[in-house]
Design a protein around this ligand. Structure first.
Ligand SMILES: [Zn+2]
Length: 727
């Protein structure tokens, strides 16, 4: 180490300290980007590090070489510091960095040094370096000499894999772990439902579920990348995946309802604890066990439970269950995580935590009245539990803030849960930034994470609900945004985030990404509505299942359990050729929208093809986008072809019929393509011996992907008949 280098190191350390106070004083010059945004960057004098310069890696301290990305993995282990060396220093007593996940990365013309007090910090330093090396290679520029001092603001940064209605192939999960590690995510909560092959209760696992061994191997793979896998096994409510089996019917609170267990039946705990034991075995060495516990309806009704519910209230039953499962967790060395909505409901404050209709004054009043109720229950709130406060909107509702305050003041540990798909569709996601409390998309993730950081809450879970079962790729922009903001809550603007995301994920620059996405999204909105008289595919009143009452805690209305309802009555009728033009007048608004979509089709599809062709990485995302775009574009095409048939002009009408037939064929091709792209990563159908897990979610209504095209199946069936009648 030469004198100047020593001096610069000393000065650099001094500057690093100063920069703790004034973060973001300097930025890496374009095109260099680290995602998530590092806490502090100081540019140093001297030429930068040329791509391809690094040859070897040296480890100083007792630790295993960290798992690294494609570029750093090529370096051989060296012994002495020469030009082209990356030196990793584990200095357990180093107090210059406020976290074992933090690191100082120093880059100069011919060498790199990463120092940390923890192995996680060295791993994250390598991830940052890998990103810079990627940019140096992609843009053929030297990395500027610099010192980066970095550490996360939130210490638990997790994302959610929800396997409720689908399962991806194992290799997709392995790839996902690598991808999450790049962005310094350190937790994955896997909601297994019936996708784990439980050994102690073998009925529960679906035929193609993941074996305990396979999941344990994934858990160890993740741990090597500093990601902890947490199992989520739903218990008291949300239990259809268990209670659907006739063999467990005796454990249901109500014999006809598969939603909830009876909390006072000991058999409930025998089954749940068996599932927990298997889930723990499948995730060896992990700290947490997520026990769900939200949306528990339909308890306190059986002869066993009713007296207790009448005497002590409904919540006493949930809390009894919570106490039992928390005891189990403690005995098994796990910290339970629990969705917090049921106690808040009992306290009368739940609505204030998410609804924008509740005013500040109403929220204050609700909490004033609710706190004594919650305090009274406090002795029954297990102390070893993490209370997960979820909010999928802007999170600034006064009631939500009261809830965080209450947990903090009562010494209960809270974490926050945000969502990558609050809107929950299966095509292009909404991303509305300028809509006040009704904003959607990554702005919501940032908002709640910033609130958590201000309140010193150290944990964040970015949920990815499978209710509409979009392809997992649709979640990634949100996952990576959660990584960005939980590491650096105030680092980047949303625009800066999008640029960083596009560069890191794809090696692309798309300056008008937001408006481009908005155009794609507009086509999705039309697709959802295209064939419905009112509302859209996602509206409750249009639910295309043999059950009129969609709330999961309500029985089907009497006589409607197996009703053969004619769902075509929910769809628009076809043109009546006796009255040419009347259909077009009636549906003018959607036909105008269809025309706009059709006009934009070539431009947008060409752009998606172009992005696919120029993307340096993760092209699959654009293949999927293109398949979804072509699929949703069949709706405006069909509407316009029908409009053409709605004409008094014989020639127009004739070519309209031809276009209708052509669009039917195009739809089949586009749909095949969606299935083919999906099947590259996920199972697109259940085996024949699968016992359906039906409830009100659209994605649970079929055993293959065809739940997505239920309205097309019905509407195109109408068209086939209609075409025959025109002959
Ligand atoms: Zn009961």
């Amino acid at each position: 180490m030469n004198k100047n280098y020593k001096l610069s190191l000393a000065l650099g350390t001094l500057f690093s300290f100063i920069s703790f106070i004034c973060t973001g004083a300097e930025k890496l010059p374009s095109p260099f980007i680290i995602l998530p945004q590092p806490q502090s960057v100081i540019l140093l004098k001297g030429p930068g590090l040329e791509p391809g310069k690094l040859q070897q890696i040296i480890l100083k301290g007792e630790f295993k070489r960290p798992v690294t990305g494609n570029i750093l993995s090529l370096l051989t282990i060296g012994k002495s510091t020469v030009s082209g060396t990356v030196t990793l220093i584990l200095d357990k007593n180093n107090t210059a960095i406020p976290s074992k996940e933090g690191y100082i990365l120093t880059i100069s013309q011919d060498r790199v040094e990463i120092i940390s007090s923890g192995e996680a910090g060295l791993f994250y330093g390598c991830q940052s370096l890998e990103q810079l090396l990627e940019d140096a290679r992609d843009y053929r520029k030297p990395i500027p000499s610099c010192r980066i001092t970095d550490y996360p603001v939130l210490s638990y940064r997790a994302v959610h894999f929800d396997l409720k209605h689908h399962l991806d192939h194992m290799n997709y999960y392995y790839e996902s772990i690598d991808r999450l590690a790049r962005y310094k995510i350190n937790g994955v909560v896997i909601e297994f439902e019936d996708k784990l092959r439980y050994q102690r209760q073998p009925l529960v696992g679906a035929p193609q579920s993941i074996s305990i061994d396979e999941m344990a191997a994934l858990t160890l793979y993740a741990r090597e990348r500093h990601i902890e896998v947490t199992p989520l096994v739903q218990g008291l409510g949300h239990a259809t995946f268990i209670l659907k089996h006739q063999e467990y019917a005796g454990l249901r609170e109500l014999s006809w309802n598969t939603w909830a267990f009876c909390p006072l039946n000991e058999g409930t705990y025998q089954v749940l604890f068996d599932l927990y034991r298997d889930a723990i075995a499948a995730t060896p060495g992990s700290r947490y066990l997520h026990i769900g516990g939200d949306e528990i309806g339909n308890i306190g009704l059986c002869p066993r439970c009713k007296p207790m519910a009448d005497k002590d209230g409904m919540l006493s039953l949930s809390l009894y269950w919570l106490k039992r499962v928390c005891e189990f967790a403690r005995e098994n060395n796990r910290i339970p995580i629990f969705w917090d909505d049921m106690p808040l409901k009992e306290g009368g404050v739940y609505e204030s935590t998410w609804s924008d209709e509740v005013t500040s004054a109403q929220a204050d009043k609700a909490w004033e009245e609710g706190i004594p109720k919650l305090d009274k229950l406090l002795t029954d709130f297990p102390k070893n539990c993490v209370y997960m406060r979820w909010n999928y909107s802007m999170a600034k509702q006064p009631g939500n803030i009261h809830a965080l305050d209450w947990y903090e003041s009562r010494g209960l540990k809270a974490m926050i849960a945000t969502a990558t798909n609050g809107e929950g569709g299966m095509l292009f996601q909404e991303d509305e930034r300028d809509n006040g409390s009704a904003s959607s998309g990554i702005i919501n993730i940032r908002s709640f994470v910033q609130l958590a950081a201000e309140r010193n809450i150290s944990g964040m879970l970015c949920t990815a609900w499978d209710d509409k079962s979009p392809h997992m790729e649709n979640f990634w922009r949100g996952f990576i945004a959660a990584a960005e903001y939980s590491w650096s809550p105030k680092g980047r603007t949303l625009e800066e985030y999008d640029n960083a995301w596009l560069q890191r994920e794809f090696g692309l620059s798309v300056p008008d990404y937001v408006s481009f996405n908005r155009q794609l999204r507009r086509g999705s909105a039309l697709w959802y509505e295209a064939y419905f008289k009112n509302g859209n595919l996602l509206s409750d009143e249009n639910t295309l299942q043999s059950m009129q009452r969609v709330e999961h805690w309500l029985p089907a209305l009497e006589g409607q359990e197996k009703i053969q309802f004619d769902y075509t009555t929910k769809l628009i009728e076809l043109p009546d050729l006796k009255f040419p033009g009347s259909w077009s007048r009636k549906y003018k608004e959607r036909l105008d929208r269809a025309l706009t979509e059709a006009d934009n089709y070539k431009t947008l599809s060409d752009r998606l093809v172009g992005l696919n062709n120029t993307s340096k990485r993760n092209r699959y995302y654009w293949q999927l986008s293109l398949a979804l775009y072509n699929f949703q574009s069949t709706a405006p095409k069909m509407l316009l072809a029908l409009k053409q048939t709605d004409s008094a002009d014989e020639t127009q009408r004739k070519s309209g019929f031809e276009n209708v037939k052509k669009t039917l064929r195009e739809f089949q091709l586009a749909w095949s393509e969606v299935q083919s792209v999906y099947s590259q990563t996920r199972f697109v159908s259940y085996p024949d011996n699968y016992i359906p897990d039906r409830y009100f979610h659209l994605a649970s209504q079929r055993e293959d992907l065809s739940w997505m095209i239920q309205s097309e199946e019905l509407f195109f069936g109408m068209i086939e008949k209609w075409l025959q009648n025109q002959r």
